[in-house]
Design a protein around this ligand. Structure first.
Ligand code: PLP
Length: 355
């Protein structure tokens, strides 16, 4: 199958000249910098925030590339994964004409971003156990289908998608396949990053928001061919990741070896929660999770949600989402938080019996 990136790209993007920032034209670190209209005296914070940050986050990419097993030219960093999702739509989808393919139930941002960009959505529901309906997906494709989003492990269901099914789609869909791996660190499944060389139409998204515990900083990663990454860098706002954020990400990458410990603790807590939830009489099904949250089907999910809110425990009500009827999505907390949740639910058991 021939993947033609030039053909996929919106025609006007091919001719865009990138904004050349002051920091692009001279990248040395020492000198008298009178090129960017910065305040030479510093700022009121007393910290060195007066200079514009590196627009391409080179130091981060140098540290991240060996960790992920890619070249640094294969990495894009965005203001959250949200930015990458939006840029992909703007690069490849013509408003009012092209469409993307979504596989509900899935992450809500794909749909929001498509709506903002006036891009049509074709939906192919997952199976009852949240796997890909490969043939139905490929049948939904038309000549205006530009991007297909596969979330694995999937939000809100928590499961990973069958690897061979993803491979089959990659080799039969002529558009871009985005594999969103926001939760991959919590899974035994290896990342699809290792398949980038085999599939020129593959883009893998990851994030610093979940396992890395940096949701507040807003840093998302995209891994793809150098050509695709060049396009994202071409159309992004020049200084999309602040210098303060870059520093904190660098500090975290210096301690990357410790991330496994963080993840292990969360996985242990996930098992604890799964077992405790399973014991509750009103719980109908605890879906297997490869993520840091659990989808749980129960009697009267909405009532349970409201009851928990009353106890100041906030979970995510997914009971109105397709294939998630009567389900709540519960993030794995600390042991103390998880115990508090379970105690609240146990207290609720006799009440729910009489509903
Ligand atoms: C949380 C999440 C992200 C991360 O988004 P950021 O903008 O990087 O915080 C991406 N994809 C999915 C499916 C998620 O659940």
């Amino acid at each position: 199958m021939a993947f033609d990136l030039e053909r996929l790209l919106r025609p006007h993007i091919r001719n865009i000249k990138p904004y050349s920032s002051a920091r692009d034209e001279y990248s040395g670190k020492v000198g008298v910098f009178l090129d960017a209209n910065e305040n030479p005296y510093g700022s009121l914070t007393g910290e060195a925030f007066n200079r514009y940050p590196d627009p391409y986050q080179q130091e981060i990419k140098e540290k991240l590339a060996p960790i992920k097993g890619v070249k640094k030219e294969q990495i894009f960093l965005g203001n959250g994964s949200d930015e990458a999702i939006d840029l992909l739509m703007r690069a490849f989808c013509i408003p009012g004409l092209d469409n993307i393919i979504l596989l509900p139930p899935t992450y809500g941002m794909y749909e929001v971003s498509a709506a903002i960009n006036d891009i049509a959505i074709k939906r192919v529901n997952l199976t009852e156990d949240f796997q890909l309906r490969v043939e139905a997906i490929l049948e939904a494709v038309d000549k205006h289908s530009k991007i297909l989003f596969i979330c694995s492990p999937n939000n809100p269901s928590g499961n990973k998608m069958d690897r061979d099914a993803i491979r089959y789609i990659l080799s039969h869909f002529k558009g871009l396949v985005v594999v969103d791996e926001a939760y991959i660190d919590f899974s035994d499944e290896p990342s699809f990053i290792t398949e980038l060389d085999n599939y020129p139409n593959l883009l893998v998204m990851q994030t610093f928001s979940k396992a890395w515990g940096l949701a507040n900083l807003r840093v998302g990663m995209a891994f793809a061919s150098e050509k695709i990454i060049r396009i994202l860098n071409l159309i992004k706002p020049p200084y999309n990741i602040s210098g303060l954020t870059q520093q904190k990400v660098l500090d975290s990458l210096d301690r990357a070896a410790e991330i496994d410990n963080l993840v292990d603790i969360i996985r242990i807590e996930r098992v604890f929660l799964e077992e405790e939830l399973d014991k509750l009489h009103f719980v109908l099904h605890v879906f297997p999770s490869d993520a840091n949250f659990i989808l749980v089907r129960m009697n009267n999910a909405r009532k349970v949600y409201e009851y928990l809110i009353h106890d100041m425990i906030i979970v995510r009500d997914r009971s109105k989402v397709i294939l998630c009827e009567d389900c709540l999505r519960i993030s794995v907390g600390t042991r103390e938080e998880n115990q508090q949740l379970i105690e609240a639910l146990e207290k609720f058991e006799p009440i729910i019996k009489n509903l």
